[in-house]
Design a binder for this molecule. Structure first.
Ligand code: SR1
Ligand code: MG
Length: 433
């Protein structure tokens, strides 16, 4: 399959590998200090003698190397793409150019939703390497949700982040030439969207080669895969995902892409960024909260379970509500692109509020359908999430996963019925019984 090479020319995968291999060299703990000492962005922040730097590889994601480098003055994170999928190995090559898109996305997120993404200190295209802010004492949100820890402002921060990036990355706000140029730029990222297109939208719905699921879930899986209406709706959502370049997405907004303390929330890891539908990130985030919710009976004592699950539902509600509140605010204060221009509405004495509400209805409905699909893929396709995966008792795991799978199905085929948040939360409670 042709891909865009680092030089910007279309090439075959084979040529890509040759180009990359000439300059690229994967970092190692033993040599990282020596290699990055000449980079001022690193040495000035870390400080002291590079020979004394403490260097740890902490990457626990599916794709990349991630190092924390600490010296006398401070710490930085160094993230480097590998030329293959880390969780699978060298048998699944993956172009290094994905690091460019992660860098482009981080820069845009910093402008569109300030203060949420990590600050970028240095980018090395040939090495597919980004040096960025060390978030401390933040930990991966998924770990906190499994432990039963609360994060103040979680739903609000995420809802606002999704609204700001959705609105300000679209032609509701961006000058049209700038937005179209950006769509062109990001369209060079072929390999990463291809992962989402298959692992998220397609593989869960048939016996794809890399799939796996808990054996006792077989009946629920068969029901899902036998549902042609569901498969058609999932493919309709895939068509929207591939063809609708409304805004720049984070593209992988699960609870492993969020870091938090008790009261601070940051969004990391936008390497799956692409231009796509405004509803996508919101739907992914809500799906990951719902999966945390359904998995709780395996992680909590009865004494804490009800209250903690109720808190997760509050987070979902806050996330959806603050998305809409922030989107409405931006609609009225920052709508300066070619879409829904004031010349057609306010300047003609027409209130544009109904147009905004109709758009929000569509976004909510699409978000819930994307949400249901994400709930399916995380228990049926290749990359499962720890919320369920760490449940050792496979019978219990299957029971909880089945709740998740069934609610996901309802959201995909009947999303419009859950437009109002109370209806969505009631559906979750019903499946949780
Ligand atoms: C082969 S990559 C598997 C998954 O990891 C990433 O975080 C994405 O969610 C992707 O679908
Ligand atoms: Mg990731």
């Amino acid at each position: 399959m042709p891909t865009l090479s680092q030089s910007g020319y279309i090439s075959t995968n084979k040529e890509q590998a040759v180009v990359d291999e000439q300059a690229y060299c994967a970092l190692e703990v033993g040599t990282l200090g020596e290699r990055l000492a000449p980079v001022a962005a690193v040495s000035e922040r870390v400080g002291g003698d590079p020979a004394n730097w403490s260097i740890r590889e902490v990457g626990d994601g599916n794709l990349n190397l991630v190092f924390i480098v600490t010296g006398e003055m401070g710490s930085v994170v160094v993230k480097q793409a590998l030329p293959y999928v880390r969780m699978v190995g060298e048998s699944w090559p993956l172009p290094l150019y994905r690091a460019h898109y992660e860098y482009y996305a981080l820069v845009r997120q910093a402008k569109r939703a300030p203060g949420v993404a990590p600050k970028v200190y240095h980018f090395d295209k040939a090495q597919a390497l980004i040096v960025m802010e060390y978030l401390h004492p933040h930990v991966i949100l998924r770990r906190k949700l499994i432990k039963g820890e609360r994060v103040a402002g979680l739903g609000k921060t995420l809802g606002e982040f999704c609204a700001r990036t959705a609105f300000r990355g679209s032609e509701l706000s961006l000058p049209s030439p700038e937005k179209k140029a950006d769509v062109g730029l990001f369209s060079g990222n072929v390999a990463i969207p291809a992962i989402t297109e298959s692992l998220v939208f397609t593989d869960p719905y048939y016996a794809a080669e890399m799939n796996h699921h808990t054996p006792q879930l077989a009946e629920a899986v068969a029901a899902l895969r036998g549902n042609a209406l569901l498969k058609a709706k999932a493919q309709r959502m895939l068509l929207k995902f591939t063809a609708n370049t409304e805004t720049m997405l984070h593209g992988d907004l699960h609870s492993g892409s969020i870091m938090a303390t008790d009261d601070s929330v940051r969004v990391i890891d936008p390497e799956f960024s692409q231009y796509g539908p405004m509803a996508f990130d919101l739907g992914m985030a809500v799906a990951n909260f719902l999966m945390a919710y359904f998995s709780q009976p395996a992680h909590r004592d009865a004494s804490e379970l009800e209250a903690y699950q109720a808190w997760i539902l509050e987070v979902i509600s806050e996330c959806l509500d603050s998305f809409e509140a922030e989107f409405r605010r931006l609609w009225h204060t920052e709508r300066c692109g070619i879409l829904y221009p004031r010349a057609l509405f306010e300047e003609q004495g027409h209130d544009s509020t109904p147009a905004c509400e109709a758009l929000l209805d569509e976004i909510r409905e699409d978000a819930l359908a994307f949400c249901g699909i994400e709930m399916h893929r995380r228990v049926l396709s290749l990359a499962h999430n720890a919320d369920f995966e760490e449940i050792e008792d496979s019978a219990l795991r299957a029971r909880l996963e089945a709740r998740n799978v069934k609610m996901g199905k309802e959201l995909v085929v009947n999303a419009s019925a859950y437009r109002e948040t109370p209806a969505l939360l009631a559906l979750a409670r019903t499946h949780n019984r």
